[in-house]
Design a protein around this ligand. Structure first.
Ligand code: GLN
Length: 389
């Protein structure tokens, strides 16, 4: 038999999603793959029941159902401070996973270069390989995960086609400041580069930090593909609803890519989410209060257990330092953690370009009782996992 595509040899399956299967195998509390264990808002679920009996069982318009695009344009125009046209400036996708893949394919030809900050959400690596592009990694330095402007400019000098900006950032929890975004914007302008954002945690930004939409910076809308998702904002990760917002000339191309990749997101679900998109500000305030509480609960619990961790400014992930256990492989550590402690985490090496193996990622999009159970299990972790040093 001839070998299968060499393209696919360049990456493994997603370690994030593999860890969910490991958790299921050992009955571990799953703080690995980031998704809630609580219900989406009731009005959305009520609408979901209704749409089954309405006429939404066939394809929607490929770039998104009319009702969805209209409600989404109104919501995002409000938050982004940009007047977004629902007909020409939006493509609805199957989650931000497809949005990012389609955005990369819209912008790049094989061989084109793309700047990616490290640590980065693991999908970007596969997106780049599948589209035949080449990554240029620029490190973010802990504890604040700041970049060095001179290193970023050195990357821009290599003639990249685009930069991928995950803000708020998974897994670091970094929220880029306006000043940092302006630095990126001036380089994007100077070197005529597109910016592809992943802003799925746009509504989960802890005070005093604030989310600034990259596309809202002066002159940036024209070169930005703003990708996001409804998964985290409305606790519906399984619905697979995401989108790209960009100027019409870019969206015209993105529509073609999306059409042939997936035709469209699930029509009944596009309809059922509309009441969520119409929620007023109080919904977003409550969502943030909920995640602020969960973050505080988990971080305080980790502090009480003397487990060193990062301080997320946004999103719902925290990185724990496991150096004291002396493992050579953080993947193996996570397997032992799931098996012997009963808590699921993602090895930090899945996110870093640099050879990092002393960090693991937990998420806190879980009921309080789930987080407390995880903390309970983490107590005395050093007795349950013998040190290998
Ligand atoms: N974004 C989530 C995470 O990082 C999960 C995404 C996914 O598995 N599609 O865990």
């Amino acid at each position: 038999m001839k070998p299968l595509s060499s393209r696919t040899a360049g990456f493994t399956d997603s370690v994030i999603r593999r860890m969910t299967r490991v958790c299921n195998q050992y009955g571990a509390v799953n703080l690995s793959q980031g998704f809630p264990d609580f219900d989406p808002p009731a009005p959305i679920l009520k609408r979901l029941e209704q749409v089954a009996h309405e006429d939404f069982n066939q394809y929607s318009i490929t770039w998104g159902a009319n009702n969805l695009r209209r409600a989404l344009a109104a919501k995002q125009s409000r938050f982004m401070g940009i007047d977004i046209d629902p007909d020409s400036q939006i493509v609805a996708t199957c989650g931000s996973t497809e949005a990012m893949m389609a955005a990369v394919m819209t912008v790049t030809d094989p061989g084109d270069k793309l700047i990616i900050f490290s640590p980065f959400y693991e999908n970007y690596g596969a997106d780049v390989i599948l589209s035949g592009a080449e990554p240029i990694y620029v490190p973010l330095y802990p504890p604040e995960f700041n970049f060095k402007p001179e290193e970023l400019e050195a990357a821009f000098r290599q003639n990249p086609k685009a930069l991928i900006l995950c803000n708020p950032s998974n897994p670091s929890g970094k929220v880029f400041t306006r000043q940092e975004l302006e630095t990126i914007a001036s380089l994007a302008e100077k070197y005529d580069t597109y910016v592809i954002t992943d802003e799925v945690y746009e509504h989960i930004v802890y005070a005093p930090h604030e989310h600034v939409y990259f596309a809202s910076l002066p002159g940036m809308f024209q070169r930005t593909l703003s990708c996001s998702s409804l998964s985290k904002t409305y606790s519906i990760t399984g619905w697979r609803l995401g989108y790209i917002i960009a100027p019409a000339e870019i969206i015209d191309t993105a529509k073609k890519v999306h059409d042939f990749l997936t035709v469209g997101a699930a029509a009944p679900l596009q309809e059922a989410i509309v009441p969520g998109l119409l929620f007023d500000q109080s919904y977003y305030d409550e969502l943030l209060a909920l995640y602020t509480h969960k973050r505080d609960l988990l971080l305080k619990g980790l502090d009480d257990l003397h487990i060193a961790h990062t301080d997320p400014q946004g999103a719902y992930y925290v990185l724990l330092d496991i150096s004291r256990y002396g493992f050579d492989s953080d993947l193996e550590f996570c397997e032992v953690l799931a098996r012997d402690v009963g808590v699921g985490a993602v090895p930090g090496s899945s996110f870093f370009r640099e050879p990092v193996n002393h960090l693991i990622r937990l998420h806190f999009a879980k009921k309080d009782e789930t987080l407390l159970e995880a903390l309970n299990r983490l107590e005395g972790m050093e007795r349950k996992i013998p040190c290998r040093k």
